[in-house]
Design a protein around this ligand. Structure first.
Ligand SMILES: [Zn+2]
Length: 386
């Protein structure tokens, strides 16, 4: 008689409360829910089941309708699966089930043949992924400590090597994971790191032209711990950019951004995020209407240069007004801070779907391929201002 498999959060960036493990036909049914951890509203999950001995497993993502996003968009969910530590792949299908009391589940499955199966909202990306990428790139990126997180981890910043320190030149400062579970931003950044270290002629031109700085994991503790991190208590990372920072990582980044500003002109900051659970496509979250017109115009100009890289999308769809409510000062964002304290430096906030752009379901290679488009757009935007 088969023993019951073990189920729980994945090892790195793990998140998920296991509600039930039951027999289902010749396999198992594993019901779980996203854990909110530090966020009032949950979303990110990464669970794993071991001891399957090849049996198929049906996953049921319970109470998915309370996660961040519109419940009516849940049919767009396409979680990712991994067997025995191999590559992550999209679930072939996912189906929403509405219960009689109105709660909604998302059902998806692994056909069997493995001993351990992991499932996540989207492709996980943690410090080990970054280490592996940088090891492949042979020193193209210089790694420097810029601070220590609340839990004692070293917060790192990368800088493209070979910069002529004597001459201030156009600069780009990129960030990902202000919200720990928003992994699409990290895969885009991964593609960008690879592109700028490559022999590609356009990449070499960008590397000669720009001083590129990168903060890969703003909420590093949250990334390692598996937090979703949107609206993380006690203070959302992207609302903690008060004149006096409300998070240790934000304080360290403010100091680093000042160093960046002393060495670059003109300059641009790019903040990579992901939207609600099943929001599609890629777009800019524009500065709020209370912000200066010139700041808004800068973001709109970036959107207009970025949109042609995605001919399948309507160009106007890249400019999304930001009106949703906030638990903190909605204006205490990275974008406001760099504008107000770094001599009107613009920041663009790019949101990329957990699942798809247009009709295309996104694989890891697709996310990586967005990185070169981001940095190419940044160069074009900066040249208009040089
Ligand atoms: Zn975000």
């Amino acid at each position: 008689m088969a023993h019951t498999p073990q189920a729980g959060p994945g090892e790195v960036s793990g998140n998920g409360a296991i509600l039930a493990v039951e027999r289902e036909g010749d396999g198992w049914r594993v019901a779980f829910a996203s854990e909110p951890r530090t966020s009032p509203q949950p979303l990110w999950f990464h669970v794993q089941v071991s001891g399957l001995s090849g049996a198929p497993v049906s996953f049921v993502w319970e109470i998915a309708d309370i996660t961040l996003g519109s419940r009516d968009e849940l049919p767009g969910a396409r979680p990712v699966l991994r067997a025995d530590g191999g590559p992550w792949v999209r679930a072939e299908t996912a189906a929403v089930v509405e219960l009689p009391d109105g709660r909604r589940q998302v059902h998806f499955a692994h056909a069997g043949g493995a001993d351990a199966v992991a499932a996540a909202l989207c492709y996980p990306y943690g410090p080990a992924h970054l280490d592996a990428t940088l090891a492949e790139l042979h020193g193209a990126w210089e790694r420097s400590p810029i601070g220590i997180t609340a839990e004692g981890r070293t917060l790192e910043r990368l800088r493209l090597t070979g910069v002529d320190a004597a001459a201030p030149r156009p600069g780009v400062y990129l960030m990902a994971r202000q919200h720990a579970g928003e992994t699409p931003g990290s895969w885009i950044l991964d593609g960008l790191l690879r592109h700028l270290a490559s022999d590609d002629a356009r990449a070499r031109e960008i590397a000669r032209s720009l001083d590129v700085w990168v903060a890969p994991f703003v909420d590093l503790d949250g990334v390692v711990n598996g937090n979703y991190g949107k609206d993380a208590l006690p203070w959302d990372f992207n609302r903690a950019w008060e004149p006096m920072a409300m998070r240790p990582a934000v304080h360290a980044l403010q100091r680093d951004l000042q160093r960046f500003a002393d060495r670059t002109a003109p300059r641009l900051v790019i903040d990579l995020h992901a939207p609600g659970h099943c929001t599609g496509d890629i777009y800019l979250q524009l500065p709020r209407e209370q912000r200066p017109q010139a700041q808004q115009d800068a973001a709109r100009a970036f959107a207009e240069l970025f949109a042609p890289h995605f001919p399948e999308l309507e160009p106007e769809s890249f400019k999304r007004e930001t009106r949703y409510s906030s638990r903190w000062n909605a204006l205490a964002t990275l974008g406001s801070w760099v504008w107000d304290y770094l001599d009107n430096t613009p920041c663009v906030t790019i949101e990329t779907s957990y699942q798809r752009i247009g009709q295309q379901v996104l694989e890891i290679a697709d996310y990586r391929a967005i990185g070169p488009r981001v940095i190419t757009t940044a160069l074009a935007w900066l040249r208009e201002r040089a």
